[in-house]
Design a protein around this ligand. Structure first.
Ligand SMILES: O=C1O[C@H](COP(=O)(O)O)[C@@H](O)[C@H](O)[C@H]1O
Length: 261
């Protein structure tokens, strides 16, 4: 089922990051209160890391029971462990090293010097197996029903490592695939596919800055998901676009500002 995107536009990227962090704290605490645990899929990129840094600075972060939180990744740059360009390295610096997570619940994607070596397909298959093992009978397929899955929107409308027109965005069966020839470095990556993304309860797309304005306008104006992968990212109960004013500046007037009744 497709959930129609809801838009929230903030004054600037700092406020957007702080508001998104506050929203994420509430969502995690609510999930932990009702089910005893929560699961979140992290994104790399400037906006994703900005949100994590804002979360690290938020006093309310202590409301989260970090030991009962599963963290997954939407994509990873296929580089050696500890490489500064890996999304997990950046997330650790921005937040993860500062909070008492259970290491067993931090599900980083494999590195290029890990157990699968440089075989990105094997690494992707291993991550798919890890997701499948975490899925229960109540879930909608071989991935857990993530509470929140976050995606930074690239200036070319890519989300995770699903780039326009590349084979990964056309995948309809597998939940995780290797990516070759990504237009943004590094060329080799691992990514969740659209079917895996759509297993999430809530999908949040983050876009801040003028360089995201065209991408947001294209994705929210009825573009196809092969040409504009962000257009194909939606959650089962909610699809939320969190933008700043610069990223919202080219949106059709019918979307922003919202029409008054
Ligand atoms: O390479 C990536 O880029 C996107 C967007 O990053 P941004 O810096 O333009 O916000 C990110 O969502 C993805 O996780 C990452 O691997």
């Amino acid at each position: 089922m497709t959930t129609a995107p809801q838009l929230v536009v903030h004054r600037d990227k700092e406020l957007m990051a702080q508001a998104a962090a506050a929203r994420l704290i509430t969502r995690i605490v609510d999930a932990q209160s009702s089910r005893g645990e929560a699961s979140v899929v992290l994104t790399g990129g400037r906006n994703g890391n900005g949100l994590l840094a804002a979360l690290a600075a938020a006093p309310a972060r202590d409301a989260i029971d970090w030991s009962r939180l599963d963290l997954w990744w939407g994509d990873e740059r296929f580089l050696p462990e500890g490489d500064p360009d890996r999304n997990v390295t950046q997330a650790r610096e921005a937040l993860l090293d500062a909070v008492p997570l259970d290491p067993e619940r931090v599900h980083a994607m494999p590195a290029s010097d890990g157990p699968h070596g440089s075989d990105v397909e094997a690494a992707a298959a291993a991550y798919a197996a890890e997701l499948a093992a975490a899925a229960g009978p109540e879930d909608h397929g071989p991935v857990p029903s993530f509470d929140v899955l976050m995606l930074g929107v690239g200036p070319d409308t890519h989300v995770a490592s699903l780039f326009p027109e590349l084979p990964a965005v056309r995948e309809t069966e597998r939940t995780v695939v290797g990516v070759h020839g990504a237009p943004k470095p590094p060329p080799t990556r691992i990514t969740l596919t659209l079917p895996a993304i759509r297993a999430a309860r809530e999908v949040w797309l983050l876009a801040a800055g003028e360089d995201k304005a065209e991408a947001a306008a294209i994705a929210l104006s009825g573009a196809g998901e092969i040409q504009a992968p962000a257009a194909g990212a939606y959650g089962r109960t909610r699809t939320l676009w969190l933008l700043d004013a610069a990223a919202a500046s080219q949106l059709p007037r019918s979307l922003y500002p919202p029409a008054t009744p």
